[in-house]
Design a protein around this ligand. Structure first.
Ligand code: PMP
Length: 427
């Protein structure tokens, strides 16, 4: 189809009629498809099937000869921390391993910052008049939900394709109420973008009015490549230290989307001061993490090369699904001007921007046709997308056939909503 903007009123009416018929036919199939959440599919979890038998019977002793079944080991086993040094960009003594969820670590660090302050704080963040976080948009809805839960103001900043608009970030950071910033620096959720070297350097170097400003550096997709080129980003901890801000970054990651989404390992890394601060708080919360899970990961992944090999298995399963979405969008929407979409080199999502003012309508049309999409607006703070155009597609969990069918259906909904919008505009 030619560009929607170039259609005459008669052509527009014809297209609307024909696409509506196609949509009705699709709806009549009575499908039930879900492209909402970035969960690994069962075949991805099966890649780690060998872990379920680990550690084997009586294999519960750490390298130091301690019994991993027992309490203790707050920071995590040294051999497990060593395994994740490359992933975290920090030496083992500046890594902490929690239980299974990095989101829980982010939640806890933020709550502790609010209640106690962080190294460098004059007072706890909750005693500041109106603490705020910089939120690159589109972003991860669960980050925004933590801010919302605890009344932290969210300051949206657009992503540019190379990370957040740094002029805006630097201007916002001049306000002492701005205490932190969410960053998903590699294969971002949901845009898939990778922060450029210049962006990472500016984040490390910039002046912040708050002396206790923190980057919440959520490297959830650090090794989740979709191409053979394994994109690398500069080491934020090293850059912050070199810029004279050694405590600026809290680094998070997990093996949720490496091994087992519900039974992986959550990781934290930072400066010496941040790690000490973290452990002092964590020691009040728990007597120690699940070290059997840590042994299981060490036995199974062995080293960073083993981890990378394991990720190649995920890539082989995921690439056809991401390709299927791209093919369906291109086939239906290419050249129409009804949408733009990302072609991520890693991560779990594809972001589609429809025409302004159509995202809610697309989600509604999709729902009526049996396809669950992430709610429109979910990728913005408070669920409010000022342009009502951004959709997040999560193709990992459904089967390849389901992804193909759902993508064709979603493309149809995007086209129909775009045609309706244009028809309403020209009256
Ligand atoms: N951060 C980001 C950016 C994510 O996309 C996700 C999972 N969807 C998480 C954190 C959650 O990680 P975990 O399973 O370690 O809690």
């Amino acid at each position: 189809m030619p560009a929607i903007a170039d259609l005459s009123v008669e052509e527009l009416d014809q297209q609307l009629e024909s696409i509506r018929q196609e949509y009705e036919a699709f709806r009549a199939r009575g499908l039930k498809l879900d492209m909402t959440r970035g969960k690994p599919a069962a075949d991805q979890l099966d890649l780690a099937a060998g872990m379920l038998a680990l550690p084997g019977n009586r294999d519960h002793f750490t390298e130091a000869g301690e019994d991993a079944r027992n309490y203790g080991g707050l920071q995590g086993l040294p051999e497990a921390r060593a395994l994740f040094q490359t992933l975290m960009g920090a030496p083992a003594d500046r890594i902490v391993i929690g239980d299974n969820s990095s989101l829980a670590l982010m939640h806890d660090t933020l709550v502790w910052a609010l209640l106690k302050g962080v190294p460098g704080s004059v007072r706890p963040w909750s005693r500041e008049a109106s603490p705020a976080f910089i939120c690159p948009v589109p972003g991860y809805d669960r980050h925004f939900a933590i801010c919302e839960e605890f009344g932290i103001r969210m300051l949206p900043v657009p992503l540019t394709g190379e990370g957040p608009d740094m002029d805006q970030v630097e201007a916002l950071a001049r306000d002492p109420a701005v205490k932190g910033m969410w960053c998903v620096p590699k294969y971002s959720n949901p845009s898939g973008e990778v922060y450029s070297d210049a962006t990472v350097e500016r984040l490390a170097r910039m002046q912040t009015a708050a002396p206790d400003f923190r980057l919440f550096w959520d490297n959830a997709y650090a090794v989740h490549h979709l191409t053979e080129e394994r994109r690398a980003i500069p080491n934020i901890l090293d850059l912050c230290a070199a810029a004279g801000h050694p405590d600026r970054a809290f680094v998070f990651a997990s093996t949720s989307k490496i091994t087992l989404a519900g039974a992986g390992l959550a990781l934290f890394a930072g400066s010496d001061a941040n790690v000490r601060w973290y452990l002092a708080r964590a020691g009040k919360r728990t007597i120690g993490p699940d070290k059997l899970s840590q042994i299981r990961h060490v036995r199974f992944l062995r080293d960073d090369a083993g981890l990378q090999r394991h990720m190649d298995g995920h890539r082989r399963l995921l690439v056809p699904k991401f390709d299927a979405v791209a093919d369906a969008l291109e086939a239906r929407l290419g050249g129409t001007g009804a949408a733009r979409w990302t072609k991520p080199e890693g991560g779990y999502f594809i972001t589609v921007d429809g025409m302004d003012g159509t995202a809610r309508r697309v989600v509604e049309l999709a729902k009526a046709a049996g396809m669950a999409l992430t709610p429109a607006g979910a990728t913005s703070p408070h669920g409010q997308d000022p342009h009502d155009r951004t959709l997040r597609l999560a193709p990992t969990f459904p089967s390849l056939d389901e992804v193909k069918t759902a993508s064709e259906g979603i493309a149809l909904c995007i086209l129909l909503a775009g045609l309706e919008k244009r028809r309403a505009e020209i009256g």
